[in-house]
Design a protein around this ligand. Structure first.
Ligand code: HEC
Length: 158
């Protein structure tokens, strides 16, 4: 890959991940209970792995294939349980979920299933070095954003 393309790709990664790895207010967790709290914890943990992957993709952290695999696999194992954490109508206080989830359930379920595939692809790419990992990471980040765009409240609406 030409250096210019790598730079462009890295910029794209920054753009797509900004919204994903941004901080989450602590108060939201204090108010949340039951399944809402549970899925916030799962998403938060996924977000933590994503932050680590993002730092390596951007070159802010030293590339470590084993760590990439660990973080990507952690997201993959959690992805399998995501859909189950959204029982119909679960919009209890502090939830940032949108009711469109249950209007467009097949799409939501598909995006959660896809999360297993896109995170798995990052784990597979890990041994190929940063050049192989960055495009796989960008695809994973798009997966997060696609679901958040359609099914999660925007920060401004809080
Ligand atoms: C299938 C849809 C979907 C996918 C895919 C998805 N998310 Fe989420 N995410 C949500 C929804 C919906 C919420 C809001 C849940 C709530 O507040 O009840 C959320 C919330 C979050 C939160 C805030 C959790 C909190 O503490 O309140 C973080 C962080 C997050 N997601 C990170 C990620 C990352 C990183 C990825 C990709 C690796 C990802 N998500 C993929 C649907 C998704």
């Amino acid at each position: 890959m030409k250096p210019v393309r790598i730079v462009l790709m890295a910029m794209m990664v920054v753009a797509v991940t900004t919204g994903v790895v941004s901080g989450v207010s602590a108060t939201a967790h204090e108010k949340a209970t039951g399944v809402v709290k549970e899925r916030m914890e799962v998403m938060k943990s996924i977000g933590k792995s994503m932050k680590g992957l993002s730092a390596m993709a951007k070159g802010e952290a030293t590339y470590d294939a084993a760590e990439v695999k660990t973080m990507a696999t952690s997201i993959q194992s959690k992805s399998a349980g995501v859909a189950k954490l959204f029982p119909e109508g679960s919009l209890q206080p502090a939830s940032e979920a949108l009711p469109t989830i249950w209007k467009d359930w097949p799409k939501f379920e598909q995006l959660s299933k896809q999360l297993g595939e896109t995170s798995g692809a990052v784990a597979v790419a890990a041994d190929g070095g940063r050049g192989a990992m960055v495009p796989a990471f960008a695809t994973l980040a798009k997966n997060c954003n696609a679901c958040h765009t359609d099914f999660r409240k925007k920060k401004e609406e809080e």
